[in-house]
Design a protein around this ligand. Sequence first.
Ligand SMILES: Nc1ncnc2c1ncn2[C@@H]1O[C@H](COP(=O)(O)OP(=O)(O)OP(=O)(O)O)[C@@H](O)[C@H]1O
Length: 232
Amino acid sequence: MERSSIPAPALLLVGAEVTLGEATILPAVDLRLEQGEVLALMGPSGSGKTTLLDCVVGLRTPTAGSVEVLGAGYGSMSSRERACLRRRSIGIIEQNPRLLPELDVAENVALVLVFDGMPRRRALALAREALTVVGLDGAGALRPENLSGGEAQRAALARALLSDRIELLVADEPTAALDEENVRLMTELIVGTARDRDISVLLATHDTTVAERCDRIQRMRQADDRSRASWA
Ligand SMILES: Nc1ncnc2c1ncn2[C@@H]1O[C@H](COP(=O)(O)OP(=O)(O)OP(=O)(O)O)[C@@H](O)[C@H]1O
């Protein structure tokens, strides 16, 4: 039989649902994200966006349905295997940059590669390069407390995408705490980097100006609506 030439999607969720007791906190979602695609996930507060992202990064197991990430089905993987895939191939940014206050900015960014066994000097050199890409050249020696909110979030982006093995970026309201100018900067950096490095992006946002810069928008329904999330 001829093999299909259609590339595997970066993400494939089929009827992925999360229930807690009687409550449905993520109504069944079908979602397909192509490789290199930038998808905005929109929906009212409490509609399950964070829960869905947790399922995508393997931190939560859906109570029904399936999740396939970068060609690997989570259903057949141990939590250790999921953690390994997450560390190697998935960049994660949240609304709060969560930089460690006891490390300087470059050390914060470099940490993931040091954990992976890279010599510290090499990891720090790469971290400084990554900081330059996000407009923070020279900020590596600062403590996180000396960065503005927008700068800290850009450092978090540099950290999330530091490894050249990252294929998928998962971002949970990464611009929610930023002013208009920083929203624009951060959005352009995310979309631009995704284009340059062929990284797929799943980005939850309430901000239509951010969503409109993405390739496509998928809207969530309220968590108590048991029908499936629809394509926009
Ligand atoms: N551990 C939990 N126990 C009970 N309910 C939970 C738990 N985690 C999430 N929920 C509920 O599940 C629903 C979906 O939450 P989730 O955080 O995924 O929504 P969201 O769309 O990301 O919201 P927001 O836009 O406000 O961040 C909410 O009603 C929330 O209260």
